[in-house]
Design a protein around this ligand. Structure first.
Ligand code: SF4
Ligand code: SF4
Length: 344
């Protein structure tokens, strides 16, 4: 089911949806970027089409809607524990194909990684639905085609994209068809647009020998990486968090437990008792992150964690390219394979 709508028509649809759902979408924040006089595109609550930025890639992903940067899980007193209440109104999030693939990764980590589902994630996730923003062309640094995430998986309720001065929408959830039909100019066959090829291409190695852990390719990142963690905060698939107990009183028996976003790239993440630290250098942290994204996750779940959105490359203050690193990894794996063949 598909529809052609004018700008006013789609705006009416979104306002109609807004009576039942809270809508979240990429929003251009003028002058709110990291540096002076820079803009940023971030997810925010929207009520009209005018507020939504459809022509740019969002600098930060949608993931804080499912995994808040800081979330109070429960409150404790001397003898009781109370689960924190949560505003769990139904939500529709507008996102692109790569990010819908990222939702699958988040679901995997929180709902299908071990014997127990993450109850706190589940109670948010149960109320979130997704609308697909069509991608007629690639953005800078995207490599979704290399990662097989350029075509959206199932799970979106409707799609939208600009075309011919208006909008084309496919509606997958039949319960929404009436609303679209009411405000549409015409019915049409609509397939959400997707990127076929990116300028950036990545070659993911199939098997990574353990000899790669001590390879000199990582030394470059010890010199260049600031260990700031921006790449992981922008990444739609990074899920690391830490726990914080916040005490309200001096006796330390009343307070709350929070789940707070963390990053494998920053200081403190691998600290252990006695002053130990498993990964001190930028090179070691880059190795851990890259192998997790394109090897370790696949070894456990059968598909890669990285969805090729390119946000880590967009945001790195040192211009470190994750895509280039994966290609270097593939070359290093090839070279190691030849060394082994030569030894035989
Ligand atoms: S590692 Fe980089 S390209 Fe891959 S999903 Fe994360 S931010 Fe996107
Ligand atoms: S790779 Fe770049 S963004 Fe990531 S921690 Fe290092 S310097 Fe920061």
């Amino acid at each position: 089911m598909g529809y052609v709508l004018s700008r006013e028509g789609l705006d009416q649809v979104l306002q109609g949806l807004g009576t039942e759902y809270r809508l979240y979408a990429p929003v251009l924040k003028m002058g709110e970027g990291r540096f002076a006089d820079t803009d940023v595109v971030r997810y925010d609550f929207v009520t009209s089409l005018d507020q939504i930025e459809l022509s740019k890639k969002s600098d930060y992903a949608f993931k804080e809607l499912l995994t808040p940067l800081s979330e109070t899980l429960f409150f404790f007193t001397e003898g009781e524990v109370k689960v924190a209440d949560k505003d769990v109104r139904d939500v529709i999030v507008l996102l692109r194909a790569c990010d819908l693939h990222a939702v699958k990764r988040l679901d995997q980590m929180y709902l299908a990684n071990g014997t127990e589902k993450d109850w706190f994630y589940q109670r948010i996730r149960d109320h979130v639905r997704f609308a697909l923003i069509g991608c007629p062309s690639s953005f800078e640094n995207c490599f979704c085609a290399s990662m097989g995430t350029n075509v959206a998986p199932e799970g979106w309720v409707f799609s939208l994209e600009e075309a011919d001065g208006g909008y084309r929408c496919a509606v997958a959830d039949g319960t929404l068809a009436g609303l679209f039909a009411e405000h549409a100019d015409a019915e049409a066959d609509v397939e959400p647009a997707h990127v076929v090829e990116n300028d950036t291409k990545v070659r993911v190695p199939e098997n990574v020998p353990t000899a790669i852990y001590k390879h000199q390719m990582w030394d470059e990142y010890t010199v260049r990486c600031l260990k700031c963690g921006r790449c992981t905060i922008a990444c739609p698939t990074c899920t690391c968090y830490t726990m914080q107990d916040v005490f309200y009183t001096d006796n330390g028996r009343v307070g709350e437990r929070r789940r707070v976003a963390a990053s494998c790239m920053i200081d403190g993440y691998t600290d252990v008792a006695g002053g130990g630290q498993y990964r001190r250098t930028g090179g070691e942290r880059m190795r851990f992150k890259v192998l997790h994204k394109v090897h370790d996750f696949r070894a456990r779940f059968g598909y890669d964690m990285c969805v090729g959105c390119g946000r880590c490359d967009d945001i790195c203050p040192e211009y470190i390219s994750f895509a280039a690193c994966v290609n270097k990894l593939a070359d290093a794996v090839d070279a190691l394979g030849k060394e082994v063949d030569g030894d035989e």
